[in-house]
Design a protein around this ligand. Structure first.
Ligand SMILES: [Ca+2]
Ligand SMILES: [Ca+2]
Ligand SMILES: [Ca+2]
Ligand SMILES: [Ca+2]
Length: 271
C-alpha cells in the first residue's frame, strides 16, 4: 500500500535517490544537514479507512481539510500534499519539536459519516486547532482526541459559527494538555438536536488555562455536556453551558493548587 501511495505521487525515484544519498553520507562520517532532516519529517500512510501521519523531531506542520463527504486533502512537512478517500480514522503523531496541526471540516459532514481524529503532539510547545466550519448531518460523528504531551501546548476546538448537529449526530472532544502550562478550549454554538460534548479537558501538571463555551440555539433538543480537570498547578478555568434546556450540563474539578474557576449555574464546581 505504501508503495502504491508513493507511486501515486511519483516519489519512488526520490526515495531511492535519498537512500543512496544517505548511505553516501554515512560513508562521509554521518553528516546530516537540517535540510535533509526537514525532508524526512513526516510520513503519510493511506490505509483506508485509516490515514496515519507520523512525524519526527523536526518542527512539523500538518494540515488536514475534510470535505465531509469522501475526501481528505492535506499536507505535511517533508511529505508535501496528499489526498485520501474513504477515510474514517485520522491519526497524527508529530513527535518532538514545536509542531502545528490543523484539522478543518470544510463541508457538511454527511449523513452517517464517521470521523475519529486523534492527534498526539509529543514533546515541545505545540499547537492544534480543529476548525469545525460546517454542520454535522444525521447520524454522523466527529470525535476529536488530542494530547499535548510535555511542553506548553495550545489545543482549540472551534465550532462556534452556527454548527448544527442533527438528530443522532455527535460532536465530541477529548483534550489532554499533559505536563507544561497548556491552553485548552472548545467553543460551540449552533442548533443541537444530537449530542455535543467537551467530554474531557484535562490540563495535567502545570499552570493551565482551560476554556469551554458551549451554546445551544433556542429549539435545540439534543444533549450537551462539558467536563474539565485542572489537575496539579494553579489553573484558570471557565465552563459556560448556555442552553434553553434544564438540568446539570457539566462538571469541573480544580485539582491540587490554587485555581480560578468560573462557570454557568448548570455546571457543578469542585474547587
Ligand atoms: Ca515534530
Ligand atoms: Ca511536538
Ligand atoms: Ca503540555
Ligand atoms: Ca494543571
Amino acid at each position: 500500500m505504501k508503495g502504491i501511495w508513493k507511486s501515486i505521487f511519483g516519489r519512488n525515484q526520490r526515495v531511492t535517490g535519498k537512500r543512496q544519498h544517505r548511505a553516501a553520507r554515512h560513508r562521509l562520517g554521518g553528516w546530516e544537514t537540517l535540510e535533509d532532516r526537514k525532508m524526512m519529517a513526516c510520513v503519510v500512510a493511506n490505509m483506508a479507512p485509516a490515514l496515519t501521519i507520523t512525524c519526527n523531531g523536526a518542527n512539523d506542520q500538518v494540515f488536514l481539510f475534510d470535505d465531509g463527504a469522501n475526501m481528505i486533502n492535506g499536507s505535511a512537512t517533508g511529505f508535501g500534499a496528499f489526498a485520501a478517500a474513504n477515510i474514517s480514522d485520522i491519526k497524527v503523531a508529530t513527535g518532538s519539536g514545536d509542531d502545528v496541526v490543523r484539522y478543518d471540516l470544510v463541508g457538511n459532514l454527511q449523513d452517517g459519516e464517521q470521523r475519529n481524529v486523534s492527534v498526539s503532539l509529543g514533546l515541545g510547545n505545540d499547537r492544534f486547532d480543529a476548525n469545525v466550519l460546517h454542520d454535522l448531518k444525521k447520524a454522523s460523528s466527529l470525535v476529536i482526541t488530542a494530547s499535548g504531551g510535555a511542553g506548553n501546548d495550545a489545543i482549540w476546538i472551534n465550532a462556534g459559527n452556527d454548527v448544527d448537529v442533527a438528530r443522532g449526530a455527535r460532536l465530541k472532544a477529548i483534550l489532554y494538555g499533559n505536563d507544561g502550562n497548556d491552553t485548552l478550549g472548545m467553543v460551540y454554538r449552533g442548533e443541537n438536536d444530537g449530542s455535543v460534548a467537551l467530554r474531557e479537558a484535562s490540563g495535567g501538571a502545570g499552570n493551565d488555562t482551560i476554556r469551554g463555551h458551549l451554546q445551544e440555539d433556542v429549539g435545540s433538543t439534543g444533549s450537551i455536556w462539558g467536563q474539565m480537570h485542572g489537575d496539579d498547578g494553579a489553573d484558570v478555568m471557565s465552563l459556560f453551558v448556555i442552553t434553553p434546556n434544564a438540568g446539570q450540563k457539566g462538571e469541573m474539578w480544580g485539582g491540587l493548587g490554587a485555581d480560578a474557576m468560573a462557570s454557568s449555574a448548570n455546571v457543578v464546581v469542585n474547587p
